[in-house]
Design a protein around this ligand. Structure first.
Ligand code: FPP
Length: 230
């Protein structure tokens, strides 16, 4: 099996990374953002065409306002400095999630970033912010009801916020937890799952390569039986 078409990453463990170093939680998120920048670049160089990273869930929005404000500042920094870089590399940005849940100036920066990178045809980077898999499924159902459309699995996939992206092949979660936490629930139906004990800022490019190696050794049967020749 070759490289996965679509990799999702749950970037967990920033807070514990910081705590271990007696640093404020926000230092962990900043280290996480820096790791994300380099890791995404590395993943695209590995030939991955679609990456979705989980930056903020709907449920994370109940965290203390001071932590949210710090995360929002990181998003402002990212969306105002990195769009040209993505555009130059032919990477299209998509941000999935409910923009009504985040400050409007960030929603504006996101809109500008998506417009600036819209012509990117080499790869897609989706960032989930104010996102929940269940909420996304319910929104897609409501849309179908409003439009009085009967759905197939394929048309429903297209109605989700990841519409146009392939189903998830590989889901990596760092932070030593083994759960999906409301990330890409529909899209991950047949994803291979890899859980790393490392905190996200410590998850290296080599760890990512190991995950790809593990993925490529797996027997993905999608509910079918093993090939006769095996
Ligand atoms: C989960 O770790 C991580 C988050 C809720 C935030 C992830 C955000 C980043 C990596 C920055 C991304 C930046 C951009 C621009 C997309 P946690 O805080 O739950 O860690 P813990 O479980 O150790 O407390």
């Amino acid at each position: 099996m070759g490289v996965p078409c679509h990799v999702g990453i749950i970037m967990d463990g920033n807070g514990r990374w910081a705590k271990k170093r007696l640093l404020p939680r926000l230092a962990g998120h900043r280290a996480g953002m820096q790791r994300m920048l380099a890791l995404v670049e590395h993943a695209f160089l590995c030939g991955i065409k679609n990456i979705t990273v989980f930056a903020l869930s709907c449920e994370n929005l109940s965290r203390p306002q001071s932590e949210l404000d710090g995360l929002f500042d990181l998003f402002r920094e990212y969306f105002s400095t990195q769009m040209e870089n993505l555009a130059q590399k032919g990477i299209r940005l998509r941000v999935i999630g409910d923009r009504a849940l985040i400050p409007s100036d960030i929603a504006d920066l996101i809109g500008a970033g998506e417009a600036r990178t819209a012509a990117g045809d080499k790869a897609t980077l989706a960032i989930a912010i104010g996102y929940g898999g269940r909420q996304d499924i319910v929104a897609a159902c409501n849309r179908a009801v409003r439009e009085q459309r009967e759905m197939t699995v394929e048309s429903f996939s297209e109605t989700l916020s990841t519409g146009g992206m392939p189903a998830l092949d590989l889901l990596i979660r760092t932070g030593d937890e083994k759960r999906i936490s409301n990330f890409l629930l529909f899209e991950a139906a047949y994803a291979e799952l890899i859980f790393s004990a490392k905190m996200f800022p410590d998850f290296t490019d080599q760890d990512f390569d190991e995950a790809l190696k593990d993925y490529s050794a797996r027997d993905r049967r999608f509910g079918r039986i093993r090939r006769q020749s095996d």
